[in-house]
Design a protein around this ligand. Structure first.
Ligand code: FES
Ligand SMILES: [Fe+2]
Length: 440
């Protein structure tokens, strides 16, 4: 049955619209886990999450429970979180330190940090004459087929072949360069731990929304307007710069739909996308000036201007990552089921930057991206309502027709046209990549 339907998957996607089953069909979900999430490069975490030998973090790649661990040789390994004996999960905790080795909680088989077998209790007497011999590869914890790291950001692919991480990221690699370059020390460090949100909708609704420049001034209008009122009151009384946190929220109302059209989306192969535009977060307050001074000292005036002048609001690394590099925020998408999606929301410290600059990133994290903020709640409500509507018989198609036919195509990129920043080009680009993966 599934095999017959695979041939049909491409019929679900047209250049400017897709069938609703793409979001709601359980069999299509299984196939996308296999052909997309369990094949491409998926973000595991940042190296600074596991600084010491034996430190580990568990995570999900597609349907596979995995763990990322630091070895004694300082190497980062990504392994299936499964004991080769009888299948017990090796690490039940979200994160921790496994000590000198992994030791399964069921029958005490032990493994080195790279997953190779270290010891089985009473191996000689228990397994003499059986198929179990020390050294056979099936006695090791299975590693991810490929693991690569870029500027501290660790990715794994469960497929042995395919593009390298750099080839896969292409132009979207700017997300990690922009984030790290903004640190006087050239590196970022993760802030433990992350927020976790489970949304009751398909994972693709999240990815589409991240670069949906049409929605903020509508969906988040009430939140933005209220914040703008407070911002104005503070600005009357206090020194400039003190209302910056409110500005992060008020921008959702003051940047109206027509202004969002001034921004631009640039779409790349594999479904990646960059949304340009910068929401006025380069004020001239004393904290920013102190930071600028450190940056100029580290990089020189010319390079400093280049770094802080990078015009990015958001980078989408399809299918599993949304990065806001100028504010050091990152959201990793972990699909749990056709109608359930986990997002991990992380933020980072710029090494060598003043504490006040970190506080700015923390404020954005709490005010815009956390589960507590109304901004996130606004989006979550839409995600749930979309999934409900798409599960109904009220219509068969999802429309991505806005500005279709007007995008500017060059080899290797498709940009929204001038003053068409709210084009649905990013959604069309994602679904194009999706169809390619699904029919590969
Ligand atoms: S299941 Fe792990 S040692 Fe038995
Ligand atoms: Fe939103």
């Amino acid at each position: 049955m599934l095999q017959e339907r695979i041939a049909d998957v491409s019929k679900f996607v047209e250049p400017d619209r897709v069938r609703r089953e793409v979001y709601t069909d359980g069999q299509i979900f299984e196939l996308e886990m296999q052909r997309i999430h369990e094949t491409v490069w998926i973000y595991c975490g940042h190296e600074s999450q596991i600084p010491k030998a034996g430190d580990y973090y568990t995570l999900q790649i597609g349907r596979q429970p995995m763990l990322m661990v630091r070895g004694k040789d300082r190497k980062v390994h990504v392994l299936y979180n499964r004991c080769p004996h009888r299948g017990n999960m090796m690490c039940g905790d979200r994160h921790g330190n496994t000590g000198e080795q992994f030791r399964c909680s069921y029958h005490a088989w032990q493994f080195h940090h790279d997953g190779t077998l270290k010891n089985i209790p009473m191996m000689e007497s228990g397994y003499a004459g059986t198929r179990v011999n020390k050294g056979s590869p099936e006695l090791n914890m299975k590693p991810a087929a490929r693991v690569e790291s870029y500027r501290g950001f660790v990715f794994a692919s469960l497929a042995p072949t395919g593009p390298t991480l750099k080839e896969f990221l292409g132009k979207s690699i700017v997300a990690f360069d922009d984030m790290c370059d903004r640190a006087p020390g050239g590196e970022v460090e993760v802030v433990p731990n992350c927020f976790r949100v489970i949304q009751h909708s398909n994972w693709k609704l999240f990815m589409e929304n991240q670069i949906d420049a049409l929605h903020p001034s509508v969906t988040h209008q009430s939140t933005g307007r209220a914040a703008h009122e407070v911002e104005k009151q503070i600005a009357k009384k206090a020194k400039a710069g003190e209302a910056l946190s409110y500005h992060m929220l008020s921008a959702f109302a003051t940047v109206t739909i027509d202004k969002w059209d001034n921004f631009q989306t640039i779409n790349y192969p594999y479904g990646h996308c960059i949304l340009t535009g910068y929401m006025g977060l380069r004020p001239q307050d004393p904290d920013t000036k102190a930071y600028d001074k450190l940056m100029i000292k580290a990089y020189g005036q010319k390079r400093f201007e280049e770094i802080v002048g990078v015009n990015i609001h958001h980078v989408l690394v399809y299918p599993g990552l949304s990065v806001q590099s100028p504010l050091q925020q990152l959201r990793a998408v972990r699909p749990l089921g056709v109608d359930r999606t986990l997002t991990e929301i992380w933020h980072f410290r710029l090494k060598g930057a003043p504490e006040a600059i970190y506080r700015r990133s923390l404020a954005y994290y709490n005010l815009v991206n956390s589960p507590a903020t109304l901004i996130n709640a606004d989006d979550l409500e839409n995600f749930w309502k979309c999934h409900q509507g798409l599960s109904s018989d009220g219509g068969d198609w999802v429309s991505f027709a806005r500005h279709h036919g007007h995008d500017i195509e060059k080899p290797g990129e498709v940009s929204s046209a001038p003053n068409q920043g709210t084009s649905e080009a990013p959604m069309r680009n994602q679904m194009k990549a999706w169809a390619k993966y699904m029919t590969a």
